[in-house]
Design a protein around this ligand. Sequence first.
Ligand code: DGL
Length: 266
Amino acid sequence: MNKSPIGIFDSGIGGLTVVKAVQAALPFERIIYFGDTARVPYGPKSQITIRKYAADDTAMLMRYQPKIIIVACNTVSALALDIVEKSCGHIPVTGVLKAGARLAAEVTKNNRVGVIGTLATVSSNAYGLAINQINEEIEVISQACPLFVPLAEEGFIDHPATKLIAAQYLAEITQKGIDTLVLGCTHYPILRKVIEETVGPEITIIDSADAVALRTRELLTEAGLLASTRNATTPHLLVSDLPQKFSMLYQLFMGSEMPDVELVEV
Ligand code: DGL
């Protein structure tokens, strides 16, 4: 089991922000990443569809016998974590949502936390519930930012269109006295610079990618499943569509040469 890979999935490229954080926290682990680029975005879809996709994505990763599964998609973490848990039997599962909620509850000083995410994540109020489970005094104010996903997928990291849309989406939430803002979608750290500039320096940004990477290290350590060899390897990447586009974006976001991407059918 120690030699088995860590399985990570997302609807598209957003989960690469989690891959990067896991590589930093656990440099000697093998990683297998699946991006469901044929069906992205998940955020505007119904709960039934998202739950079906979550089962398919888990089945895809299970073919590679992972020792843990990281749900690098807040939308799936919010609406279908139970499906992932059921589909992978005894293998531990960890999701970005709980890790991000825990970090936000620790960081806020004035107990006012903003959350931005996909329509599905925000409508589910899963962040509000998770944060209030830790501390019921915290007020959670949410805002859906659906256009951030295609902007990230297009690589519009610092584009004027991104700045304009960020100003529109974030105007209201930043007026509500929040001191902490959770990037409740793994695509959003790709646009972090613009988001930070828009909300200003007083608001602390929480990126759940780092939080979930640390949680994964804890879980593997507790289970005695850390890799026993000390060889760093490149992640094994699987996508369900457009591998060429994925490789372009990989270089942009990971800042390193792209390993081979395998096209798979879900
Ligand atoms: N990156 C995903 C998330 O964290 C999903 C974005 C989407 O597919 O809409 O929610």
